[in-house]
Design a protein around this ligand. Structure first.
Ligand SMILES: [Zn+2]
Length: 261
């Protein structure tokens, strides 16, 4: 019988238990400081100008005047626009967020974002989030590289919306990887920013696509599902669609509806 070995094993176990208790204790301290991870509204915009009379998808256009009115409404009601990165850091690292955080996101990369969305946001020191389709850097009506750099200079986050805006679930694995990892690589090389988040084109995804997004190194992905973004499903973050017909009143009603479910 080796009692001393049994004794030291028991001591080692006790020490391990103490360590575990210490680490459990410190985890709950962090949670207490940060509070419960907050679900956050992520607004979804596309074009910030009036559509031509024959333009398809007119609801994707919000006039510059309505957009400015919506930003004024956010300011008056105490909202603080932040990046998705700031939201992620709050959810996963307990980094504090300002009161009433909100993400203002723009899909595809329309030139009107630089002309009509940047000025009223920059004036308030607010960052936006641009979900950029790489090919839109080379089409008329799309943002130029210089304009994207101007957004970055104003604190904006650049996220990927693929290279060519395809229907992701219908792609084969190789093409899917090229659209996901390839767009991230190109945007990082072009602009020297992290590109840690992704936005599904047309809101189209399935389990295979979401797994590929994760494999490409993204920390999360936004959808076109309506609602508050919630940390439990980082690759299926919901958003709040802002449509042309909302105006300022409809916009306010949508946000107030989210605040009191
Ligand atoms: Zn899109």
């Amino acid at each position: 019988m080796n009692t001393s070995r049994t004794f030291s094993a028991a001591r080692a176990l006790a020490a391990l238990a103490a360590l575990l208790l210490i680490s459990i204790g410190s985890t709950s301290d962090v949670e207490a400081r940060a509070g419960r991870p907050t679900p956050v509204p992520i607004l979804m915009y596309h074009v910030i100008t009036d559509p031509r009379p024959d333009a398809p998808y007119a609801e994707l256009y919000v006039s510059a005047a309505d957009f400015a009115g919506q930003m004024r409404w956010l300011e008056r009601h105490g909202y603080h626009p932040v990046t998705l990165r700031a939201v992620w850091d709050h959810w996963h690292r307990g980094t504090p967020l300002p009161k009433k955080p909100i993400v203002v996101s723009f899909d595809d990369g329309y030139r009107s974002v630089a002309h009509a969305a940047l000025p009223p946001m920059r004036q308030r020191g607010w960052p936006g989030v641009l979900n950029l389709t790489v090919k839109n850097l080379r089409v008329s009506g799309g943002l130029s590289e210089r304009q994207v750099r101007r957004l970055i200079g104003a604190g904006w986050e650049i996220d990927s919306h693929t290279i060519t805006h395809p229907d992701l679930p219908s792609l084969r694995d190789g093409e899917l990887a090229r659209e996901l990892a390839g767009s991230r690589r190109q945007l990082r090389r072009l602009f020297g920013v992290p590109v840690d988040f992704f936005c599904y084109p047309g809101g189209r995804y399935d389990a295979r696509v979401a797994a590929a997004v994760r494999r490409a190194g993204y920390l999360g992905a936004t959808t076109t599902l309506e609602g508050l973004a919630d940390p439990s499903k980082p690759y299926e973050l919901k958003r709040v669609r802002v449509s042309r017909s909302d105006g300022v009143a409809g916009f306010a009603a949508k946000l107030q509806g989210l605040a009191s479910p």
